[in-house]
Design a binder for this molecule. Structure first.
Ligand SMILES: Nc1ncnc2c1ncn2[C@@H]1O[C@H](COP(=O)(O)OP(=O)(O)OP(=O)(O)O)[C@@H](O)[C@H]1O
Ligand SMILES: [Mg+2]
Length: 402
């Protein structure tokens, strides 16, 4: 199983320029997560901070009990071997052919024989559709091929954690669909923890288990995919739909005057080219038939059902509807629309020891949940903190443990 990554209160600035502050999230082991965010919000800086290439100002990034932010160089070197990273620009060595580029981490970090290295390199090149291109130099292949070569190189050390910075940029829609399938198949085969940064809405909607978004120097949300996909936060809606109308502007955030001007133009009938509303939950890509079951999906179900009551109603509904009838029985839940009209949706829910939190389960659904199915053993500690943007995050379960 891939490693869990627990990020707490991470902040990064360059000189006086704050990039993001107080980012707290957990990448659950073996699950696939996507981070969205407008250009320049610091997504690449975030990935680089996770592997210690950049030094955050505050906070922790815990991997297997090691804090990447403060650990020694030696520990950092060792812990980095757990990561496979696809950088935004591919970061291939220009003077090495693809074979040598992909073989590089094996020669650098392992004592494998050249014949063993050859087997692994050819396997990864085939996996990423690059068979036959071994002798090409990075400058001689297309941008999409360079991306895939970067991915092949990220995979050779059998990483526990895979970070991909815009793996789809420069790929045509068909190649992007293959890449999405590849990432899911890869996850099913090696159960690695995967974090993908992308601008591709289709990838964001169909690939990950968890979705997050950076905006205005903060983590706007991070949690089960259903939360972001059903969110009515203006910035999320604008981003998912690729609209001009909304808080995100061309260069930076808009002021209210510009927002009002653009809204007036839209109200007057100006069409900005954005299509129909793509909000809502769509089915997630499954492993190709014949591939192993994704263990992350199974673990996620238990994990998400434990925090179901903390999620917004639309997300809860989507999650419950995605369960099979057997699973609904197992977790003791039913889709909202099947609940009898006799229940009072607005009735306040008595949760002993806890105040009301954003996204609390509607009362009639609580009535449908057996005690054992959703209350935390020992109560309290794994419930989300009530402050700020923590409401959308998965619980910090297992923190500091294992
Ligand atoms: N090494 C660095 N030194 C100083 N500033 C930097 C450095 N790296 C990044 N930045 C700044 O940090 C900000 C965030 O950059 P980053 O590349 O992380 O954005 P991004 O969200 O990945 O954008 P995109 O979607 O366009 O790739 C930018 O303003 C950038 O200029
Ligand atoms: Mg970037």
């Amino acid at each position: 199983m891939g490693a869990e990554v627990v990020i707490e209160g991470l902040s990064k600035s360059f000189g006086k320029q704050a990039i993001w502050r107080d980012v707290t999230l957990t990448l659950p082991p073996g699950e696939v997560s996507v981070m969205l965010g407008p250009s320049g919000t610091g997504k690449s800086v975030f990935l680089k901070s996770m592997i210690g290439l950049l030094k955050p100002d505050h906070g922790r990034c815990m991997v297997n009990g090691v804090d990447i932010v403060t650990c020694s160089e030696r520990k950092l070197y060792d812990t980095r071997k757990l990561f496979g990273v696809l950088f935004q620009d591919g970061a291939l060595f220009g003077s090495m052919n693809l074979y040598d580029n992909v073989a590089f981490p094996l020669r650098e970090h392992t004592k494998k024989s050249e014949s063993e290295i050859k087997r692994i390199v050819l396997e990864k090149l085939e996996m990423t559709g690059l068979s036959g291109a071994e002798t090409k130099l990075p400058g001689e292949i297309s941008g999409g091929m360079r991306k895939r070569a970067g991915l092949a190189r990220a995979l050779v050390l059998d990483p526990e954690i895979i970070l991909c910075d815009e793996p789809d940029s420069g790929l045509d829609p068909v190649r992007t669909a293959y890449l999405s399938q590849l990432l899911i198949d890869l996850n099913s085969q090696i159960d690695a923890t995967i974090l993908i940064v992308t601008h591709n809405i289709n990838v964001a909607r169909t690939v990950p288990d968890n979705l997050g978004m950076l905006f205005r120097k903060e983590l706007v949300m991070f949690g089960p995919r259903e939360v972001l996909l059903t969110s009515d936060e203006p910035v999320v809606e604008q981003f998912l739909n690729g609209r001009r109308i909304g808080p995100i502007g061309m260069s930076e955030e808009k002021d209210s005057a510009q927002m009002a001007r653009e809204q007036a133009q839209a109200d007057a009938g100006h069409h900005d080219g954005s299509g129909e509303d793509v909000r809502g939950i769509v089915p997630q890509i499954e492993p190709t038939p014949g591939m192993p079951e994704r263990m992350g999906v199974r673990r996620r179900k238990d994990r998400v059902m434990k925090i179901l009551h903390t999620l917004p109603p639309a997300a809860q509904e989507g999650i419950i509807e995605s369960l099979s009838p057997e699973e609904q029985r197992h977790y003791g839940v039913r889709p909202h629309h099947l609940v009898g009209a006799g229940h009072q949706a607005t009735q306040p829910l008595p949760t002993p020891g806890h105040g009301h939190q954003s996204g609390e389960l509607p009362a009639q659904q609580v009535a449908d949940l057996p005690d054992s199915g959703w209350r935390e053993p020992g109560d309290g500690p794994t419930r989300p903190r009530p402050s700020g943007n923590s409401r959308m995050r998965p619980p910090d379960s297992g923190q500091g443990g294992s």
